[in-house]
Design a protein around this ligand. Structure first.
Ligand code: 3PG
Length: 227
């Protein structure tokens, strides 16, 4: 809507309806394994500089929980937790500031705890049976893991056919070279992976390279979805 206040035109927009979709937020979700929580904030700033405003911090190292806490202080970053295996970890990461919860597989107990905590759950699926369980839990977004070994984009196309409302975030073997093939699948709004946050870059403090890889990934995603 455009209004004229006398001296200049002012464009106002009606508030957008709340979009609880995680996968529509950013087409690239970096999966991070941190050695030390001190890596967290410089990493978050490097991702933001490259145009990525979402991060999945895994609990695979002891640094994960504290890293989630520190990254959650960055107002522009949407911080989630990954490798959440049991319900108590969902409580811990939400307490630390996580705004979504990713698991490598589908645990009904973890998903139910996330629903109770009112935080989006993104469980990993690899089979149609797990998709049926995810559907029964009311989910419409899942992680597809490990995507490369499960058959890549062709496997997602086949699995998505009967689950017409489900969207998928492939992870595991996704990289700059193949991400466009995944994003070409209509049921794939976002991909995830570690290539732009390789642990060797984090250990070296090579934040410029993290930013460069992030910007490259975003550019590839835009190119893949805009034509
Ligand atoms: C994940 O947890 O999603 C994967 O470990 C990321 O896989 P990648 O390292 O092959 O990107």
């Amino acid at each position: 809507m455009t209004m004229d206040n006398g001296s200049r035109s002012v464009v106002t927009t009606a508030p957008a309806p709340a979009d609880r979709s995680l996968l529509n937020r950013c087409p690239v979700v970096p999966v991070v394994v941190l050695d030390h929580p001190d890596q967290a904030v410089p990493l978050g700033e490097a991702l933001l500089a490259g145009g990525i405003d979402v991060i999945e911090v895994t609990l695979r190292t002891d640094a994960g929980l504290e890293a989630i806490r520190r990254l959650s202080a960055l107002p522009d970053l949407h911080v989630g937790a990954g490798s959440v295996l049991v319900p108590d970890q969902a409580d811990q990461v939400v307490d630390a500031g996580a705004r979504f919860v990713v698991s490598p597989g589908l645990s009904v107990d973890v998903v139910r705890r996330c629903l109770a905590l009112d935080v989006p759950a993104l469980p990993g699926v690899a089979t149609a049976s797990e998709l049926m369980t995810a559907t029964a839990l009311g989910l419409d977004e899942v992680k597809f893991f490990p995507a490369g070994l499960l058959g890549g984009p062709a496997a997602i196309r086949a699995l998505a056919a009967p689950f017409t409302r489900m969207t998928f975030m492939p992870s595991g073997g996704v990289n700059a070279a193949n991400m466009a093939d995944y994003l070409a699948v209509p049921a794939v709004p976002a991909v995830s992976g570690s290539w732009m946050v390789d642990p060797t870059l984090l250990r070296a403090g090579d934040w410029a390279e993290v930013t460069a890889r992030s910007a490259d990934a975003v550019a590839r995603a835009v190119a893949a979805t805009s034509g």
